[in-house]
Design a protein around this ligand. Structure first.
Ligand code: NAD
Length: 322
């Protein structure tokens, strides 16, 4: 395979950076290194609820536009009403369906052309869990459909959204003294490192997301695009809302400080920092208050496993704990 075309395209882009009229912007009192949120458009999947919704809110608060892709049209429409139709637009999208992503991305591209606010980043936050033991007590192995369901949304859906938006992000005008084009912020989980019983597939999907971070950053550095992954512990969201007090008390025992679930705004404030701090690249950041989930045994394990296996919103919500 001849790598020359890639390099020649990149070199041409680098040479053409001289026509970048964007002024360096700094919130740190430094001369550069700050990606602007204002004036850019960010694509957020799973943006209608939980961590993605908090992210969409913060992006708009900082003057950016947000393209919200989600399966939940009621929540998506409500968020657009809240944020204002000039700053937020919703596309009903199933990230497990490549045509559905293509239609949403095409819509977002047209919106960007109309607003003149180029793409600045992708935050693929759509995620689900369908907990299940790899082998249950009746000697039944985990079904392939359960495996495909989780992997198709959490891993394939993350990659597919990124790959479909990337050609547009890579042709966004570079900004700042470092000629940055944008940032991809993926969402893994503490389960990437300390998955619990019943989380084999969820852990596999989130571990894969974490593992993609560095090679993707290496692939995209030539385009001035950074890649960072955030791995949250338990955060308040639709999924943790289904947990019983008993389960929450059990989980708190594994927490250091603060001994509580994170708030979606604490996740989104890190997203904002990642967008603005150009030195964050190729790294997985744990956002967990030093929580390290131990092996759970006996009653505690049974309570937690039961809670995972029988969450109320089983199909369209994530695991009842990270
Ligand atoms: N809340 C936590 O404790 C926690 C911890 C670690 C990681 N995470 C991860 O954070 C991300 C956000 O989760 P959350 O806690 O905000 O959950 P949430 O259920 O509040 O939000 C997830 C959103 O993704 C959407 N979604 C689900 N399947 C989709 C699909 N096929 N296509 C498009 N959208 C789809 C849902 O409609 C929902 O709006 C997920 O990837 C989750 O795995 C959450």
């Amino acid at each position: 395979m001849d790598p020359t075309p890639v390099y020649s395209v990149v070199n041409r882009r680098r040479l053409s950076n001289s026509d970048d009229t964007a002024k360096p912007h700094s919130t740190f009192g430094m001369s550069g290194g700050v990606m602007k949120i204002a004036g850019r458009t960010f694509v957020v999947s799973g943006g209608a609820s939980g961590l993605g919704r908090a992210t969409a809110r913060d992006i708009v608060k900082a003057g950016g536009n947000v393209a919200i892709l989600d399966m939940n049209a009621d929540l998506g429409d409500a968020l657009v009403t809240e944020l204002g139709a000039s700053s937020a637009k919703f596309w009903s999208c199933d990230v497990a369906d490549t045509d559905s992503i293509a239609a949403a991305v095409q819509g977002a591209v047209s919106w960007v052309a109309a607003t003149g606010k180029p793409f600045g980043g992708i935050i693929p936050a759509a995620g689900v869990g369908r907990p299940g033991l790899i082998l249950d007590r009746h000697n039944n192995p985990l079904s392939l459909s359960s495996i495909d369901f989780v992997m198709n949304i959490n891993l394939r859906g993350t990659l597919d959204l990124i790959r479909q938006v990337l050609p547009h992000l890579a042709t966004s005008p570079p900004s700042g003294p470092d000629n940055e084009r944008g940032v991809i912020i993926m969402v893994a989980s503490a389960a990437a490192f300390e998955g619990q019983m019943g989380q084999v597939v969820y852990a596999a999907s989130k571990g894969a997301v974490a593992s993609m971070t560095l090679p993707m950053a290496r692939d995209l550095s030539r385009f001035g695009i950074r890649v960072v992954t955030i791995a949250p512990s338990m955060f308040d969201s639709a999924m943790t809302a289904v947990m019983s007090d008993k389960v929450k008390v059990g989980l708190k025992k594994a927490m250091e400080f603060p001994p509580r679930a994170g708030k979606p705004e604490e996740f989104s404030s890190l997203v904002t920092q990642v967008i603005e701090n150009i030195m964050l690249n190729g790294v997985v950041i744990r956002l967990d208050g030093a929580t390290r989930m131990p092996t759970l045994r006996g009653r505690q394990a049974r309570v937690l496993t039961y809670a995972q296996l029988f969450p109320k919103a089983r199909h369209f919500s994530t695991l009842p704990f990270p």
